[in-house]
Design a protein around this ligand. Structure first.
Ligand code: SF4
Length: 501
C-alpha cells in the first residue's frame, strides 16, 4: 500500500519499489479527475473510479493536491478494496486525479499502479494514463538522462518523465505537457493534476475516450474529467464535451472557463471496440448510449445473418443489447438464458489464459428451464481465442439446447491491438488461424456468423475512416516500428485477414 508525500527537492518518484520488466507494456485503464474550489474531492474521485471499474480491476490509485503538496494512495485491487472512508478522509484537497489499471501478465505490480507522481521546479504533478504507446523504447531512451530512476515498467511513467523534463527545462505546465505529448506515439488519454490546475489531453487519433463535465453552479462547482460519461453520471455531473482528439483542455483553479488548446492536428481514429464491448453500455458516445448502438448492431446482424431459431439469448452483459436488437428485427423471442455472477471480473480482463478458462465457469450459468428443447441463437460481442465460446456452446447444450447458433456482434478479430487492449498475439486469435467453417467446427455450433465491418460502422452512423478497426483488418492508424509489430503479429502472410473476413 502506498501513501506517501512528495519531497520538494527530490527529482525521484515518490514511491521506490521493485523493478520488473514486463513482457509487454500495455494496459487498458480508466482515468478520472476532479478540480473544485477548496472543497474535498477524494470521495468524488472514488465514486468516479468505481463507475469505471470495468476498465481496470487490478489496481487503483488517487493523488490529491492540498496546499501545494500531493498525497498519493494506491494499491492492488478493486477501488472498493483499495479505499475506505478512513483513507479518503485522510486525503483532503480540492484537486484529485484517479486511475484504475488492468495490466498484462508479468506487470501486475503495485509499482505499476497509477497515478504517477513526480516533482518539478514548479511543484509536484500527478499523471494518469489510459492507452498504450508504440514508441515506448524511443521515449525511454529520450527521457533517460542518467538521473532518472525508473520505478515502474509502464509507458505512463515515461510520459510523466517527459513532462517533468519539459517543465524543468523552462516550459510552463501547458507548454510542458504539450511538448511531452509531442514525444509520444500511440494511444494516450491523459489526466494530469498540478497544484493549481487540472489538464485533460487526448492523442491526435483520439483512440481512447476522454470526456469532461461540470458539477454545480458556475464558478462554484467542480470540473470533472472521465474516461466515459458513466463516470460523470455517478456523481451527477452533466456532460459538457469530449476532450477532442489532439486537444488539451485546462481547468485552472478559480477560473470558471476551461482553456482549450489544439496541441496537434487531429486524424480521428477512435477505437471501435470501445463501442462494441469495452465501454459501459450506459456511457454515451456521439450523443447516444452504447446500449442503443449495440441494439442497432443486433438489428443489422439479424438482417445480415438470419437463421431459424426458437429464442435469442445474449451473453451478459455486452451481448444482451445486440440480442434484443436481433430479436426486434427477426421476430424471434428474446430470453435470458444465461445468468451472470456479477461479482466476477470480465473474462477479457483477466490476465492469464488459465484464469480466462476458469473465468467462464464461475461467471455464467445457463438456465435449463429456458433452454431445454430449444433451438437457441446466442449473441456474443466477439471471439478472441475461442476457448470461452467453445465452453459456452457446450454449456448451452448441456442445459438442453437442441441447436446452438452463434452470432457475433463484431467482425472476426484477426489482428492484435497495440493501443491499450489486451488481445494477445496474432497466433492466439482464432479468426486469424481458421476459416469460418473451421471455427464453426471448433466451437461445435450449428451455425456461426459475424457482423460485417460495414454493418459495424453503419450502426455508429459515422464514417469508417473515423474509427480504428485494426483488430478486424490490420489497418493500424499509428505507424509502428517493425519490431513492435512483429512482437504480436506472428502470422504475417498477406491476406490472412481477408481470407477469414
Ligand atoms: S486495434 Fe482494435 S481494440 Fe485496438 S484500438 Fe484499434 S479497434 Fe480498438
Amino acid at each position: 500500500m502506498q501513501n506517501l508525500e512528495t519531497h520538494p527537492k527530490s527529482r525521484r518518484p515518490v514511491h521506490q519499489l521493485e523493478i520488473e520488466r514486463p513482457d509487454r507494456m500495455e494496459e487498458a485503464c480508466g482515468v478520472f479527475a476532479v478540480q473544485a474550489l477548496e472543497q474535498p474531492v477524494a470521495n468524488l474521485v472514488y465514486f468516479g473510479l468505481y463507475a469505471l471499474q470495468h476498465r481496470g480491476q487490478e489496481s487503483a490509485g488517487i493523488a490529491v493536491f492540498n496546499e501545494g503538496k500531493v498525497r498519493l494512495h494506491k494499491d492492488m485491487g478493486l477501488v472498493s478494496q483499495v479505499f475506505d472512508q478512513d483513507v479518503l478522509e485522510r486525503m483532503p484537497g480540492g484537486l484529485a486525479v484517479g486511475h484504475n489499471r488492468y495490466s498484462t501478465t508479468g506487470s501486475s505490480k503495485v509499482c505499476n499502479a497509477q497515478p504517477v507522481v513526480l516533482m518539478t521546479r514548479l511543484g509536484p504533478f500527478a499523471l494518469a494514463h489510459n492507452g498504450n504507446l508504440v514508441n515506448a523504447s524511443e521515449l525511454r531512451a529520450q527521457v533517460d538522462d542518467g538521473e532518472v530512476e525508473f520505478t515502474s515498467t509502464t509507458d505512463s511513467e515515461l510520459i510523466a518523465y517527459a513532462v517533468q523534463q519539459a517543465v524543468d527545462g523552462g516550459l510552463d505546465w501547458t507548454e510542458g505537457i504539450k511538448a511531452a505529448a509531442s514525444q509520444c506515439q500511440g494511444a494516450f488519454s491523459l489526466v494530469i493534476g498540478t497544484p493549481d490546475a487540472l489538464y485533460g489531453l487526448r492523442d491526435g487519433y483520439g483512440i481512447r475516450p476522454l470526456v469532461y463535465g461540470y458539477l454545480g453552479d458556475q464558478g462554484l462547482g467542480h470540473w470533472v474529467l472521465s474516461s466515459e460519461t458513466c463516470g460523470l453520471d455517478i456523481i451527477g455531473s452533466p456532460f459538457v464535451a469530449d476532450v477532442e482528439p489532439g486537444e488539451l483542455v485546462v481547468f485552472r483553479c478559480g477560473d470558471p472557463t476551461p482553456e482549450r488548446h489544439r496541441w496537434i492536428e487531429p486524424t480521428t481514429r477512435m477505437c471501435v471496440f470501445e463501442m462494441i464491448y469495452f465501454a459501459r453500455p450506459d456511457s454515451r458516445f456521439f450523443g447516444e448510449s452504447l446500449y442503443s448502438y449495440r441494439q442497432r448492431i443486433g438489428q443489422i446482424l439479424a438482417r445480415e445473418s438470419a437463421v431459424e431459431a426458437d429464442l435469442v439469448i445474449g451473453v451478459p452483459d455486452s451481448g444482451i443489447p445486440a440480442a434484443i436488437g436481433y430479436s426486434q428485427t427477426s421476430g424471434i423471442p428474446y430470453a435470458d438464458g444465461l445468468i451472470k455472477n456479477r461479482y466476477v471480473g470480465r473474462t477479457f480482463i483477466q490476465p492469464t489464459q488459465a484464469m480466462r478458462e476458469a473465468g467462464i465457469r464461475v461467471k455464467l450459468n445457463p438456465l435449463p428451464d429456458v433452454l431445454t428443447g430449444k433451438r437457441v441463437l446466442v449473441i456474443d460481442d466477439s471471439i478472441v481465442r475461442g476457448t470461452t465460446s467453445q465452453k459456452l456452446v457446450q454449456a448451452l447444450r448441456d442445459a438442453g439446447a437442441i441447436e446452438v447458433h452463434m452470432r457475433i456482434s463484431s467482425p472476426p478479430v484477426t489482428h492484435p491491438c497495440f493501443y491499450g487492449i489486451d488481445t494477445d498475439t496474432q497466433d492466439q486469435l482464432i479468426a486469424a488461424r481458421l476459416t469460418l467453417q473451421e471455427i464453426e467446427e471448433h466451437l461445435k455450433v450449428d451455425s456461426l456468423a459475424y457482423l460485417s465491418k460495414e454493418g459495424m460502422v453503419e450502426a455508429a452512423h459515422a464514417q469508417s475512416e473515423h474509427f480504428c478497426t485494426a483488430c478486424f483488418d490490420g489497418n493500424y492508424p499509428v505507424p509502428m516500428d517493425a519490431s513492435i509489430k512483429a512482437s504480436k503479429l506472428m502470422l504475417e502472410p498477406a491476406g490472412v485477414a481477408a481470407t477469414n473476413l
